[in-house]
Design a protein around this ligand. Structure first.
Ligand code: GLU
Length: 487
């Protein structure tokens, strides 16, 4: 893309060589664009909804910026960014999406994904459980097997940190995970800052200075023999490593690519590289779903129904499996430690789109949009289903569509409605259901000017014709229709 950018700055055409370079760099994206095969086909429309949700959450001024880690308290509560990356590499950013912030607890989901990719889930779960703790993220407690409840809370995060390449030197261990995260982000921004170079950037040391609880957790776990062989002796190193992981910085933009890699089963959508094992990704998403949002996890799973991981920096890494990854960030937190604007955005996202894990994808309801389909396809499919059910006399299906909130008066390209089809095929029960229960207009005209009554008569369905004729007297009931006489 940088070639394209340079070329466009120097004039409005690009030469063959430049075109080739642009295409090679983005071959997956370009290929899908040409075949019109993006996972979210109406991207512009999708982005316009994301923009509305962003704007709606922007007016939420609730919450407080975390102050227990000094560096975090310096962020303005007004910062607010949302970045989306689809599994096909479609991108959208709005707000403060280029400002670096530290991952904090979001790093736990990523470290777990990397750790299980490298060591396998069986090994990792010899030491860490899979249950929501039902307690605060840094509570001094273990499960009944004397393991941390799960890898998404501090105890589990510390234990996970102890397992990551324990034989390497601290600098190499850190490098190792950084390289992994950079691949997850498709080479986009992943940074780290400590006090050594810049007085304003000392998240890591700032964090270390306020870390009594995490030291206490580590000692408590050592007392209970929680650590794998070798790690117990290196407690200090393990904690340093854990604090460093929390202090890794991303932006909304790079974080959205990481989330999209999780959404895409471990293959980075912008580079096409397989970074994580698919089973490790599935396990990560399961645990994010049940344990990723602190003490709000159950509520979030119920309401939003998507895997997410929150951090005290105000970040939420949200995954819509097989569709897209989203990073939202705003530092003001609610009293459970989640970003106020972030939670509002996630909730409204799922009110708008059928992304909740248990939204029904087979039967379109009129309230929620399915961005995986073109709206025109959805409409076309809906009309066809309705009209075929009417023609087949399938009152059960028609009742189901009515309950789902479908528009029962809708017509196809020729102006044919369910009532025309029901009448033409002589299905009195369908005709009666549509008129009496769905209150459809009894006199719609198709493109040739025929009403359902004309159809019933043409095809000799006397019972249907008599019934429809009886409705002439009720005509006043139905507003705005032309009545049986042609107008
Ligand atoms: N580094 C933080 C701590 O251990 C993580 C807090 C969080 O984001 O949950 O206290």
């Amino acid at each position: 893309m940088k070639y394209l950018h340079t070329a466009l700055q120097s004039g409005d055409t690009i030469d063959r060589d430049c075109f080739k370079k642009c295409v090679c760099e983005n071959i997956v994206l370009v290929g899908r664009a040409l075949k019109n095969k993006f996972v979210i086909p109406e991207w512009q429309f999708f982005c316009s909804v994301i923009k509305d949700l962003y704007t709606s959450a922007k007016s939420n001024s609730g919450g407080k910026v975390a102050n227990y880690i000094p560096q975090l308290s310096r962020f303005s509560p007004d910062l607010w960014g949302v970045a989306v990356c689809s599994i096909d590499g479609q991108r959208y950013m709005i707000g403060d999406t280029n400002v670096p912030f530290c991952l904090q607890s979001c790093s736990k989901a990523l470290t777990y994904a990397v750790g299980t990719t490298e060591m396998g889930s069986e090994y990792v779960h010899k030491y860490i459980g899979q249950e929501p703790s039902g307690r605060s993220f840094n509570e001094l407690s273990l499960d009944h097997n004397k393991k941390p409840h799960n890898p998404m809370i501090n105890a589990g995060g510390i234990l996970m940190a102890s397992m990551m390449k324990p034989n390497l030197s601290p600098a190499d261990r850190f490098d190792y995970i950084m390289k992994y995260l950079q691949r997850l982000a498709g080479g986009e921004f992943v940074g780290f800052s400590n006090a050594t170079s810049d007085s304003d950037n000392f998240r890591y040391l700032s964090e270390r200075d306020t870390a009594d609880r995490n030291f206490a957790l580590a000692y408590y776990m050592r007392e209970n023999n929680c650590f794998p062989p070798g790690a117990a002796a290196a407690l200090q190193e393990t904690l340093e490593h854990y604090f460093q992981l929390c202090s890794i910085e991303v932006t909304c933009e790079s974080g959205s690519v990481m989330a999209a890699t999780l959404a895409n089963g471990g293959i980075c959508p912008t580079t096409g590289e397989r970074v994580l094992d698919p089973d490790a990704v599935r396990n990560t998403l399961s645990l994010m779903h049940s344990c990723g949002m602190y003490d709000y996890s159950g509520h979030f799973a119920f309401k939003v129904g998507l895997p997410a991981k929150s951090g005290v920096s105000g970040a939420i890494l949200l995954v819509v499996p097989n569709v897209c990854g989203i990073m939202v960030w705003s530092p003001a937190l609610d009293n459970l430690g989640n970003s106020c604007r972030g939670v509002q955005f996630c909730t409204e996202l799922v009110d708008k789109f059928n992304f909740h894990n248990y939204d029904n994808l087979l039967h379109q309801t009129s309230q929620k949009l399915d961005p995986r389909r073109r709206r025109s396809d959805v409409k076309g499919r809906e009309v066809v289903n309705l009209l075929f059910s009417a023609a087949n006399g399938d009152v059960t299906a028609i009742r189901r569509y009515a309950v789902q909130g479908m528009n029962m008066s809708q017509a196809d390209y020729d102006g044919r409605t369910a009532l025309h089809l029901g009448a033409a095929e002589g299905h009195l029960d369908v005709v009666m259901f549509l008129i009496e229960r769905c209150n459809v207009n009894p006199w719609p005209r198709d493109r040739w000017g025929f009403t359902p009554l004309d159809d019933a008569k043409r095809f000799d369905h006397k019972d249907v014709a008599d019934y429809l004729e009886s409705k002439i007297t009720d005509k006043a009931h139905f507003k705005g229709d032309g009545g049986p006489e042609k107008t």
